[in-house]
Design a protein around this ligand. Structure first.
Ligand code: PHE
Length: 329
């Protein structure tokens, strides 16, 4: 084969090459140590005439650099094509619908507290709060539970190492803190965490939430309370809910009652909250004249309200952090 024929043949081959691997094969076949160009160079030895050998040698070297350059250019083109193909695969189709990352949401307890707040706000109640670490004065004494009084045994208390502090056993201390600062007439609710040193079971946790209510005005009566709390339950359960009062005892209310409810879906009376008329001594403790003002107060366990509403069998589910539970609400 003549050199010019080889060059023509290789030019055609290179034009048809589809990928870098094929190109590499041609490169070896033509320019490699045992390649076709090498063969031509070896053939030079046979040429005796010096002039002729030089001319032929020059020709072969020119063909070699021509083909080398041709291969280099083709290599560039193929590399660019490959890059484009890869980019195309990675391309983001912005017309596709977006994938929403799974977001968290508020815990059922928080949602419920907000819902309860909304119901009471509509009835003119403000939302108050107080510290979870309390002094015995606010948790007990100011609420007419003196030291050594057997009623202190009603609440099993966590005492802090730092003397004279405890984790509040109920939200009732917020009544005192609020009335110390504000003059009647007043209407508040106070949701929050409370703590009891108790063994846990399906209906007891060492930490749970209560919602406290307090209304102080001229001539407030248990009748007013009954109307307000009935309205609350109707709204909370989104249906007419029967309620009844039973006599009870709390040191800070007189008279005291226990409230039972009977939601439509159950035929049992369920104990739901304690309440009563604010004890005159409690009013006196915060320098409100009990002859001029009267009030009612109530306290309910929030988890218990939720458990009734959604048929949740075990209070411990609220704090387990089990997503199968949490995501249901
Ligand atoms: N603090 C009481 C409890 O935790 C509930 C209560 C509040 C009772 C207000 C009467 C008035 O059991």
């Amino acid at each position: 084969m003549e050199l010019f024929q080889l060059v023509e043949e290789v030019k055609e081959k290179i034009a048809k090459v589809k990928n870098l691997a094929e190109l590499r094969e041609i490169e070896v076949e033509i320019l490699g140590r045992k390649g076709k160009i090498s063969l031509f160079l070896k053939g030079l030895k046979k040429i005796k005439a010096l002039e002729e050998r030089r001319r032929k040698g020059k020709e072969i070297n020119e063909a070699k650099s021509f083909l080398t350059e041709l291969i280099r250019r083709k290599e560039e083109i193929l590399a660019r094509q490959l890059e484009e193909e890869i980019l195309k695969k990675e391309e983001i189709d912005i017309s596709q619908p977006g994938i929403k990352p799974r977001k968290g949401h508020l815990h059922l307890i928080t949602k419920t507290i907000w819902q309860i707040e909304e119901i009471f706000k509509k009835m003119g109640f403000a939302v108050a709060d107080g510290p979870e670490i309390e002094t015995p004065y606010y948790n007990f004494d100011a609420l007419n539970i003196p030291e050594n009084h057997p009623a202190r045994d009603l609440w099993d208390t966590f005492w802090l190492k730092k003397k004279n502090y405890l984790l509040r056993t109920h939200t009732s201390p917020v009544q005192i803190r609020y009335m110390e600062k504000k003059n009647p007439p007043l209407r508040i609710i106070a949701p929050g965490k409370v703590f009891r040193y108790e063994a846990t079971d399906a209906s007891h946790e060492i930490q749970f939430h209560q919602i406290e209510g307090l209304m102080v005005d001229k001539k407030v009566s248990l009748g007013n309370f009954k109307a307000i709390i009935k309205e609350f339950f109707n709204e909370f359960f989104s249906e007419e809910t029967d309620i009844r009062f039973r006599p009870s005892y709390f040191p800070f209310t007189e008279p005291s009652v226990e409230i039972d409810i009977k939601p439509k879906k159950t035929d049992k009376w369920l104990e739901i909250m304690g309440a009563g008329m604010v004890h005159p001594k409690v009013l006196a403790n915060v320098k409100i004249n009990p002859l001029e003002w009267t009030g009612f107060a109530f306290g309910a366990g929030i988890e218990r309200l939720i458990m009734i509403k959604y048929n949740i069998p075990d209070i411990r589910l609220f704090y387990k952090g089990d997503l199968r539970f949490i995501r249901q609400f």
